[in-house]
Design a protein around this ligand. Structure first.
Ligand SMILES: C[S@@+](CC[C@H](N)C(=O)[O-])C[C@H]1O[C@@H](n2cnc3c(N)ncnc32)[C@H](O)[C@@H]1O
Length: 286
């Protein structure tokens, strides 16, 4: 049955909402998250933003979005973390964009004689990506203690703590081949039934840290043999992408590789990096 719509578009929007949420509130949120995290929100994200932030209003006892945003913008508001965490999209999976891992494997095999391999996963979300990198390294070096260090960073502190715990519901591991599951995970028992934990040896290869790719300075040192920056640049405009890519350049080793997501193309940074194969980039030699 068709719904009969009565009143203004604003009335109709808010009739479905527990909290008043105006276009002005939405614009304000768009500007704040852009400044804070570089994330651009299109107008199609109106309902998504409403549902993601409702919980923050409830937690902070705010009655309207306006009240919440005023509270958020107070100097040094501790709510920034909750606001940012709510607006990031964290979709990921083990060995996502599978074709990258044999490329990483071959690249590291070519550098096996180095003292230590340094890798950076720059939008690590709940950890599936850095753990997939770590599994690949264990396979390359045929040992659980390869000479490898992986830095895994993300802006979102919630996903970082999930990543650090290394505990996943079994459904998240369904697509992993049985041999990898057996080799790299410990099945939970008792209260942990239905979950699996990555082996501590794998976990020990990775350092998890919060890092905002938008920040002017990053407290890290290269050079990295490879940087994974996959499925995060899609949230940034070209200007922000360029600024970040420019900062990757001095952090990559001379023949280091930059792995991007399937729908990310960096033609606008052709002076910095060039496509090597299938969304894998290398530095432009100067
Ligand atoms: C869609 S996930 C991609 C995860 C993983 N790289 C993959 O491809 O499966 C995007 C991640 O980027 C993070 N992110 C968003 N803005 C960021 C920023 N400014 N700095 C660092 N991480 C950011 C989000 O928190 C989220 O975990």
């Amino acid at each position: 049955m068709n719904k009969i719509l009565i009143g203004s578009a604003k009335d109709q929007r808010n009739a479905e909402h527990e909290y008043e949420f105006t276009l002005l509130d939405f614009e304000r949120i768009k500007n704040l998250i852009y400044k804070r995290a570089g994330i651009t929100l299109s107008s199609s994200k109106y309902n998504m933003v409403y549902s993601r932030l409702c919980r923050r209003l409830r937690i902070n006892g705010c009655n309207t979005f306006k009240e919440y945003l005023n509270f958020l913008e107070r100097v040094n508001s501790s709510e920034w973390e909750g606001f940012t965490n709510a607006l990031t999209t964290n979709l990921t999976s083990f060995f996502r964009e599978q074709h990258h891992f044999p490329i990483l494997e071959q690249h590291i095999k070519n550098h096996k004689n180095q003292n230590k391999i340094h890798l950076w996963c720059s939008a690590s979300s709940t950890g599936e990506e850095p753990y997939s990198m770590a599994m690949t390294m264990v396979q390359v070096f045929k040992t659980f203690s390869p000479p490898v260090h992986i830095l895994a960073t993300d802006l979102d502190t919630n996903v970082l703590s999930k990543a650090e715990s290394g505990i996943y519901p079994l459904e998240r591991l369904e697509k992993l081949p049985k041999d990898k599951l057996k080799k790299f995970f410990l099945k939970g028992k008792g209260t942990n039934t239905g979950t699996a934990k990555v082996r501590p040896e794998l976990r020990d290869l990775i350092t998890f840290r919060q890092l905002n790719l938008l920040d002017d300075t990053w407290p890290i040192r290269g050079p990295f043999d490879a940087i994974f920056c996959r499925n995060v640049m899609i949230y940034f405009d070209k200007k922000t992408q360029y600024k970040i890519l420019k900062k990757f350049v001095p952090l990559l080793s001379q023949d280091g590789l930059l792995f991007a997501g399937h729908s990310e193309s960096f033609q606008h940074a052709a002076d910095l990096i060039k496509l090597r194969e299938k969304t894998v980039y290398e530095l432009v030699k100067k």
